[in-house]
Design a protein around this ligand. Sequence first.
Ligand code: COA
Length: 262
Amino acid sequence: MTPPSETSEATPSPAQNVKIEREGRVLVVTFDRPDKKNAMTGAMYQAATKALDDADRDGSIGAIVFRGAGGTFTAGNDIADFLAASRNPEEVPAFAFIKALAACETPLVAAVEGMAIGVGATMILHCDLVYVSPGAIFRLPFVDLGLVPEAASSLLLPRRIGLAKASELLLLGEPFGAEEAMRLGLANGVIAADKLKAYAVEQAARLAAKPRAALAATRRLIRGDRESVLARIDDEARLFALALQSEETRAAFAAFLAKKPS
Ligand code: COA
């Protein structure tokens, strides 16, 4: 990732399909692979992980906004990458990103326009503020793909929305929209798509302007026991890595890539 500039100009990193912009004290991280619905490759996870790490080290960054280009947040992990990772499951780069999200000390704001699938949906559980466009659609398709939940969603989702609803979303993989995200308490506001980025940056700037130590301490208190979240991420990752090697998962990936129903 190229270090962010001090201006609001974009610093494109086309190789990684993650665009990093600096808007005052806010870092805007844009998943930028619209032709593939911003599906996350290893390089994209690495760039996003580095942005999180850099932000924690750089005292001048007060908050991070995550968004997607082209009207989609992200369609989740790149399925071709998953298929490759099924041969080498310890190397799944999503896990490092997820742990960096859970451990990040810099406040995180999500601006979700369009599809937020898989990690696109689970990562919002680690964000402090979540704004969605009216057309946002979340989906947790792990079981349908022969996988298990990740990003500690098996812990955080029941904790946030109750066991009954979390089971529906994680076991049945039912999609849900902006209004449902609001009703469930997973989002803070529904904002018109053309105003979403500006609004999220504005809210992030408000966070960035707060007394830093008090904000960090309050975040830690609100989030509670980080160790149990990190431990759950590891537990899920072990099962996820095993599932990646299963025949049913490989068949589901191959069916998606071949564009036929699994
Ligand atoms: N991995 C790899 N490629 C993906 C992708 C993913 N997760 N999601 C979308 N793409 C690609 C498609 O293969 C297609 O590529 P192509 O133009 O070269 O054929 C392109 O992005 C556009 O996707 P398409 O499916 O044609 O768009 P759509 O609007 O009809 O559907 C989605 C959008 C997001 C609903 C659909 O692409 C989808 O279900 N993606 C998979 C989501 C998923 O299961 N993610 C894994 C979570 S663990």
